[in-house]
Design a protein around this ligand. Structure first.
Ligand code: PLP
Length: 433
């Protein structure tokens, strides 16, 4: 049996290049992080070889005594990491990632075409929360369920809870979803609970982006108010790529969430769990209970605040004016440029972040903002000082983008182009027109 370098040098070389890219760039994508070597070791282990459809003690294959031990350990650590009472909350650690976890919840508690409300994608929500355009039902969630999103108040950049309440009263959703991919503030869970109760809806939080911050108690606790909490495991939580679904053990609205959700995961939508991921997740969840992890998450938030502060000093407009978590959303429209161009220019300087729509954007393809996250570089040991420097680098990139856009559309270039394409400009033999 050969190692990768011998068995497949081509793939080894690609991995080496990607490793170098990761190491040599400023990784500011808010949903990314660097997991630990211990997690990687578990993910790259023999656990990948085993089939174990079902749950611990109730498998469809033999040979699962150690896999059972592992999954039970992972479940226990998941509940402990989020400070949950085992008698009140349960967890399924098998979802293959965040989007499948969400769809599993929907199919567990809803009938086809039941109504749901999540934060609109252009306002920071995630595709899997029911995104659709006036022309097309984009996400599977909006194809199989009826979605009416709620939105931000564009003047404050905060969730418009009053409008959410009014819409929910008319639309009467069966599920309201908290959580976002690009929202720099906490959700008002007590308010959302009240709205959900008033219309008889389940309340779910997709804490994918902030699950590390929740585990470390540096943001509000969604478990106090929600019936179901889903998450990815590879963002601020710093684990392997995967998903989890937490559910209340007592029935909610007459539904036994435990059996409904477990059945939706398997056999509803998945087959064999990815045991290597569950192994890596167990390692991550052990670490998530340590004082170092809490210190890391505090640093994630402090770094993000330092970045936001410097950007504001430099004159930038931030959606909601700042950040309470791990990301900032910069509105570039006042500068006359878009997020797509800035993303490209910064990419050339090994600064990796992403273009993002901001409330009020007309185009999703050329959105007016950028999203900047602090988890990954905080893992690399960056503090407020380095994040202040990062704001200055981003500023330089923005200035270059403004100049480049000016050059491209500037009258000098336009006049020159007009001249060279006019009949007055002599064509050489080599050019046919
Ligand atoms: N939920 C939220 C809030 C997300 O931001 C994301 C991904 O960015 C997901 C779910 C989907 O996770 P995955 O990419 O693992 O399917």
């Amino acid at each position: 049996d050969h190692g990768l370098s011998e068995a497949d040098p081509e793939v080894r070389a690609i991995i080496n290049k990607e490793k170098e890219r990761q190491f040599k760039s400023l990784e500011l994508i808010a949903s990314e992080n660097f997991t630990s070597r211990a997690v990687m070791e578990a993910v790259g282990s023999c656990l990948t070889n085993k089939y174990s459809e079902g749950l611990p003690g109730k498998r469809y294959y033999g040979g699962n005594e150690y896999i059972d031990e592992l999954e039970i350990l992972c479940q226990k650590r998941a509940l402990a990491a989020f400070h949950l009472d085992e008698n009140k909350w349960g967890v399924n650690v098998q979802p293959l990632s965040g989007s499948p976890a969400n769809f599993e919840v929907y199919t567990a508690i809803l009938n086809p075409h039941d109504r749901i409300m999540g934060l609109d994608l252009p306002h920071g929500g995630h595709l899997s929360h029911g995104f659709m355009t006036p022309k097309r039902r984009v996400s599977g969630t909006s194809i199989y369920f009826e979605s009416t999103p709620y939105r931000l108040d564009e003047s404050t950049g905060l969730v418009d809870y009053d409008m959410l309440e009014k819409t929910a009263t008319l639309f009467r959703p069966k599920l309201i979803i908290c959580g976002a991919s690009a929202y720099p503030r906490d959700f008002d869970y007590p308010r959302m609970r009240k709205i959900a109760d008033a219309v008889g809806a389940f309340l779910m939080m997709d804490m994918a982006h902030i699950s590390g911050l929740v585990a470390a108690s540096v943001v509000a606790d969604p478990f106090e108010y929600c019936d179901i909490v889903t998450t990815t495991t590879h963002k601020s939580l710093r684990g392997p790529r995967g998903g989890m679904i937490f559910f209340k053990k007592d029935p909610v609205l007459g539904v036994d969430l435990e059996s409904a959700i477990n059945n939706a995961v398997f056999p509803g939508l998945q087959g064999g769990p990815h045991n290597h991921t569950i192994g890596g997740l167990a390692v991550c969840l052990q670490h998530a209970q340590s004082p170092e992890f809490k210190a890391y998450q505090n640093q994630v938030v402090s770094n993000c605040r330092a970045l936001a502060r410097r950007l504001v000093e430099l004159g930038y407009t931030l959606v909601s004016g700042g950040s309470d978590n791990h990301l900032v959303l910069v509105d570039l429209r006042p500068l006359g440029i878009d997020g797509a161009r800035v993303e490209k220019i910064l990419d050339m300087a090994s600064i990796t972040l992403n273009k993002n729509s901001v409330p009020g954007d007309k185009s999703a393809l050329v959105p007016g903002g950028i999203r900047i996250g602090s988890p990954a570089m905080t893992t690399r040991g960056f503090t407020e000082k380095e994040f202040t420097a990062i704001a200055d680098f981003i500023h330089e990139g923005v200035q270059i983008t403004i100049e480049a856009k000016g050059l491209a559309s500037g009258s000098k270039v336009q006049e020159f182009l007009k001249f060279v394409s006019s009949p007055d400009f002599p064509l050489t033999d080599k050019v046919s027109n």
